[in-house]
Structure formats: structure tokens, C-alpha cells
Design a protein around this ligand. Structure first.
Ligand code: SF4
Length: 349
């Protein structure tokens, strides 16, 4: 497949200019699994610059997940991290240059998102919080204008200054902290329920996802309610468990040792058995090797406990949910605690 036929735009001209600027000689390419099939397009472009290229076969979940170890072992001077950034950008970490490049999905999402807006306006929601995932940021400004012209008062915010309008799968508290009081509902352009679910759980406001891949509009509330019911059930199960493993991920943007140690100590202080365990990638096959653990606190990506609970036979908790175990009660449970990546110890005696 040539780059013109590829449904994604990797901004290759800018990538090439950045790689030339830093005189990259050996590059490890990181792509999300769904985009690895387009690797030959990137490889050809890089080889034209006489760069030696490697593809990382590991998962690439986000900018929190840089394959620094693989780059060092293969003696790469540069990682080309594709698909989680809204522009071509350069960073340096541990002597390795990180070039982040977008993977913009070419299909225009504006007609679909405008239909989503109509659904929200029919519910009386005119003040809209608008976000897109990194793959659709190329349309963000145009989309914002189109929705304003269609009668919405559009607001947005940003986690990082260089990514206005981009939503990621975590840090929802930060995303909505100054925004939520200004909006009636949220509209998210992105694939699947992943990002909209986080907004719904955090704000309890209507969320519609405009999914350009399936060309579908998804109202998050119903599916999210099912997920939250199951979550509550697992949390209830966890209260009765005695033996906990506190799971640390070594991924560079997920590693929080001090928090894991604090959670272990708090659990032990409540008479639980709690051990620290560590891995790069957390998966059911790894956790099944330690049957002495009856429940897990995941000090890593907060989506693991939410989106992948069904793959695990035992409760997976996020740090924000630990307070219920410490209290021994689900009283005053609020769903947004399920996505809080830190300890919140309100009302824990
Ligand atoms: S921690 Fe999880 S949700 Fe957050 S950016 Fe990384 S992969 Fe995405």
C-alpha cells in the first residue's frame, strides 16, 4: 500500500525533516497494534534516509509507554512513536531522542459529529464540551467552527498546551476540572467507547461519541451503566478479600513506586496481606501465576481495571477505589473514584 492509499496521514514530510535535523541513524518505530500493518510505509520513508529501522512488536498504548529498553538494546538513537500525539514533536529521554508523530485518520468526521450535536441539542444541551482523540485532531478547529455554526456553544480544554481538544484515556479529573461547570454535555470524536466512558464516569453528564471508523453515534450512558454495575460488584467482592497484590508497571509514564508502597502499607495496616508485584505489561496470564492473591490494586494505566476486568477472574481495583477497602464499606461510593489514579483518602479513619 502506498501512503496515498493509507487511511492515515503520518505527517511524513515533517517526520523526515525532524529525523534529518537530529541526524537519526537507527530508529525504533512504535505503532499501536492496529496501525502496525502500515509499518512498510514508514520503513520505506526512513530507509530512503539511509536509516536502519526496527519495528517494536510490543504494545504501544500511549505516550506513557515508550519502548526505551528495546531502543537501548538495539542501540537505536531515536524512537519514532506514532499515533498518540497531535503534532510532530521532539523530546529527549535517557539519551534517546523521541520523535512523536500523529496518525491522522483521513475521513472527515464533521458530518457525523454534527449529527451527534443534533441529538444532544434535542435533549436541551447546547453548551458542549468537545474533544477528539489524537487521530482526529487534524479536523478539530474546523469541527469546532462547524458545531458553533450549528448553534452550539463549544468549549474545550487541554491536558498539555500543545494538544488543545485532545482527550486521552486517563486524567479525566484534570481534563474537566475547569470545564465541567460550563457545559451541559460532551461530544467526543474517536473510536469505540473508551474515551467517552471516562468522561461519563467522571462527570455524569450526557456523552455522545461520534465514531468515524464505524460511522456510528454512541450514547455512552447505557453501556457505561452496565460497566459500572459490574464494577460495583467487583468492588464489593474485594472488600472481603484478605490477600492483595499491588501491581506496579515499569512503563515510563505509569511507574509510581511510592504510591504502590503507600497502598501496600495502608492495606497491611487494615490487617490485609499485601505484596508488591511488578511487570512491564500487565496481563491475565501474568496475574494468574500468583493464585495467592485474591484481589489486585493496579498502580498503572487506570483503564486496565475498568476496561479489562472481565478478562480477570478476581477484582482489579484502581488506587481511587482503595479507600473503600480501607473503610470496609461501599457507603458513599462515587463512580468517578473508579478512574482516579491516585489515593483519595476522604473519610478513611
Ligand atoms: S495511562 Fe493508560 S489511558 Fe493513560 S495515556 Fe497511558 S495508556 Fe492511555
Amino acid at each position: 500500500m502506498c501512503k496515498e492509499e493509507c487511511p492515515y496521514d503520518f505527517r511524513l514530510a515533517e517526520v523526515v525533516s525532524k529525523l534529518k535535523e537530529i541526524q537519526a541513524r537507527k530508529v525504533l518505530v512504535q505503532l499501536p497494534n492496529g496501525l502496525k500493518k502500515y509499518y512498510p510505509i514508514l520503513r520505506t520513508t526512513l530507509e530512503d534516509l539511509e536509516i536502519e529501522v526496527f519495528l517494536s512488536l510490543s504494545h504501544s498504548w500511549g505516550v506513557c509507554d515508550l519502548a526505551l529498553g528495546e531502543a537501548k538494546k538495539t542501540m537505536c538513537d531515536t524512537i519514532l512513536h506514532v499515533g498518540h500525539h497531535g503534532q510532530v514533536a521532539l523530546y529527549t529521554l535517557s539519551d534517546i531522542k523521541i520523535v512523536c508523530s500523529p496518525a491522522f485518520y483521513k475521513r472527515n468526521p464533521i458530518p457525523l459529529a454534527t449529527r451527534g450535536l443534533k441529538l444532544l441539542m434535542a435533549k436541551g444541551c447546547k453548551r458542549i464540551g468537545l474533544f477528539t482523540t489524537a487521530q482526529h485532531l487534524n479536523y478539530f478547529q474546523e469541527l469546532r467552527e462547524a458545531l458553533s455554526e450549528a448553534g452550539a456553544k463549544v468549549h474545550t480544554t487541554q491536558i498539555f498546551p500543545w494538544m488543545p481538544g485532545q482527550i486521552i484515556g486517563c486524567r479525566f479529573d484534570t481534563i474537566v476540572s475547569n470545564l465541567d461547570r460550563k457545559v451541559d454535555a460532551y461530544l467526543v470524536v474517536g473510536g469505540g467507547i473508551f474515551h467517552g466512558l471516562g468522561l461519563f464516569v467522571t462527570t455524569n453528564k450526557p456523552v455522545i461519541i461520534a465514531d468515524p471508523y464505524s460511522n456510528r453515534l454512541i450514547e455512552v450512558a447505557e453501556e457505561a451503566s452496565q460497566i459500572l454495575k459490574k464494577r460495583l460488584f467487583k468492588l464489593m467482592e474485594a472488600l472481603d478479600k484478605k490477600n492483595y497484590a499491588v501491581v506496579i508497571s515499569t512503563k515510563i509514564g505509569q511507574f509510581r513506586l511510592a504510591l504502590a508502597q503507600k497502598i501496600r502499607d495502608l492495606l497491611r495496616g487494615r490487617g490485609k496481606v499485601a505484596e508488591l508485584v511488578v511487570a512491564d505489561e500487565i496481563s491475565p496470564s501474568l496475574l494468574l501465576n500468583i493464585p495467592w492473591a485474591q484481589a489486585f490494586v493496579i498502580v498503572a494505566c487506570p483503564r486496565i481495571a475498568i476496561d479489562h476486568q472481565e478478562e480477570y477472574p478476581y477484582p482489579l481495583l484502581n488506587p481511587g477505589e482503595v479507600k473503600y477497602v480501607l473503610r470496609g464499606s461501599l457507603e458513599e461510593y462515587t463512580p468517578k473514584d473508579s478512574l482516579v489514579p491516585n489515593l483519595s483518602l476522604n473519610n478513611v479513619a
